[in-house]
Design a protein around this ligand. Structure first.
Ligand SMILES: [Zn+2]
Ligand SMILES: [Zn+2]
Length: 285
């Protein structure tokens, strides 16, 4: 195996935060990057990116999945301060309680693929209790990074997109038992587990065990509920069949490290992911 990975052929990805308190994911190569959702304040987004050695100057688009506050809280300030266009569908923009600046909005169709430099960002419709929710896959060369959270039921769109990814941020919102026996009122429990609510650990596990690509190498479990889930509970479940897929958590308390996916230009299949330290040096995992 060739350990030298040319920097211009790598994809970098991280979750700045994931959960009902804010969602923001970064995916980019050496030249350009995108954010999927902007659910942290501008100040917190800047702070976490700086700590990770990432620059907002490289971010050429913010892609919004739906209008819930944990996905759009920082979008107005970040897009204006850093002059970044916001890719969003019309209904979602109309239903945002926080304004998405008119001049910064780029309207997308739900089955559209947007090209930003060499990144290709594809949207697809999903089930969730929002006006017109979408999820995204960000592709660079042969590597596909999926960001799949806030999904009430596993539809054909999700299965197809999941099956093409090498890296996935996948919602595992609640454990059935913890939700059932937890403090939430009955109506809220029904909403969460309804087909427009959130994916359970069980639903995420079923998708992973039945539909993952042979080339899937990194699964980050995301949007975990504070009350109805625990990282140890969901990791335990997935580690039973993870085989050679690396499994981690996109936390609701902190950013993940920046991961680097090296792409060997001589091969069609990508190399394994690596984890970067704070100073950007690659460390083989
Ligand atoms: Zn959410
Ligand atoms: Zn939501």
């Amino acid at each position: 195996m060739d350990f030298y990975v040319p920097l211009h052929m790598s994809l970098y990805y991280t979750s700045l935060n994931s959960g009902s308190n804010g969602n923001c994911f970064y995916v980019g190569n050496e030249e350009e990057a995108v954010l999927i959702d902007a659910g942290l304040s501008c100040r917190e987004t800047e702070k976490r990116m700086k700590q990770l050695g990432l620059s907002l100057k490289k971010v050429k688009g913010i892609f919004i999945t739906h209008e819930h506050i944990d996905h759009v809280k920082g979008v107005e300030v970040i897009s204006q301060k850093h002059d970044i266009p916001v890719y969003i569908n019309r209904s979602t923009r109309q239903h945002c309680r926080l304004p998405v600046p008119e001049k910064k909005s780029v309207f997308i169709q739900n089955d559209e693929t947007i090209e930003i430099g060499e990144l290709k960002i594809s949207a697809f419709s999903k089930w969730h209790d929002a006006i017109d929710p979408v999820s995204y896959v960000v592709a660079y060369k042969d590597v596909h990074v999926g960001v799949f959270t806030d999904i009430g039921s596993v539809c054909e769109n999700l299965i197809q997109r999941f099956a093409q990814c090498q890296v996935v941020f996948l919602e595992a919102n609640y454990d059935d038992h913890l939700l059932e026996n937890g403090p939430y009122p009955f109506m809220l429990k029904e909403r969460i587990r309804g087909n427009k609510g959130h994916l359970s650990n069980e639903q995420a596990f079923e998708l992973f065990s039945s539909h993952r690509s042979e080339t899937l190498s990194h699964l980050l479990l995301a949007h975990l509920s504070q009350e109805n889930n625990h990282p140890d509970v969901v990791l335990e479940k997935f580690k039973t069949i993870s085989h050679d897929v690396r499994i981690g958590i996109a936390s609701r308390h902190e950013a993940t490290p920046v991961f680097q996916y090296g792409i060997d230009p001589k091969k069609t299949a990508p190399e394994s992911p690596m984890q970067l330290n704070l100073f950007g040096d690659a460390e083989s995992m």
